[in-house]
Design a protein around this ligand. Structure first.
Ligand code: S3P
Length: 171
């Protein structure tokens, strides 16, 4: 059994994924970490040296590899993973345990304002530009995210609380 966590940058995919993995007998796998290991470069380095299109291509390839080869994992995706190519179909075909961690724009802005430097898509936006960017970007990406079988609202909830909600619905 695999569990897939998706959602916007800053929605808590990695924190919840690590907690959920500990709380179950599953292992945690972060797709961004997997890509970095395979490529021998950090995500910001991949963006700056090879470009976003190269990253998206690799992200799709590694997503398939992970979903085909890995078993009994909690897999947290990158924020953009479900939104390119046929990735959302690949995810939905692989497992029923697909969870969208749905955070509001306000929460995302608050979190990402503090941790935008290692995120290539938002690192150059200033405090005034970031909220509008996130609002529009999330609106576009929700088209893909909302195809997840399960939607878990995360605002105001602890990592343990979100993880517990997911556990209750596991098949
Ligand atoms: C991205 C999100 C990042 C990472 C890359 C692109 C995106 O992952 O994959 O910087 O397109 O939203 P996190 O959601 O873990 O920050």
């Amino acid at each position: 059994m695999n569990i897939v966590l998706l959602g916007y940058m800053g929605s808590g995919k990695s924190a919840v994924g690590k907690f959920l993995a500990k709380d179950t007998t599953l292992e945690f796998l972060d797709l961004d970490d997997f890509i970095e290991k395979k490529e021998g470069m950090s995500i910001p380095e991949i963006f700056s040296t090879k470009g976003e299109i190269y990253f998206r291509k690799k992200e799709g390839d590694y997503l398939k590899e992970v979903l085909e080869c890995q078993k009994n994992k909690v897999i947290s995706l990158g924020g953009g993973t479900p939104c390119y190519g046929r990735n959302m179909d690949v995810i939905s075909d692989a497992t029923e345990n697909v969870y969208y961690l749905k955070a509001s724009v306000d929460i995302l802005v608050d979190r990402l304002m503090k941790e935008k430097d290692h995120r290539p898509l938002i690192k150059d936006l200033d405090e005034e530009e970031l909220p509008e960017f996130i609002k529009k970007h999330l609106f576009e990406r929700n088209f893909y995210y909302l195809r997840a079988k399960h939607i878990v609202a995360v605002d105001g909830k602890s990592v343990a609380g979100v993880s517990g909600e997911i556990r209750k619905t596991l098949v």
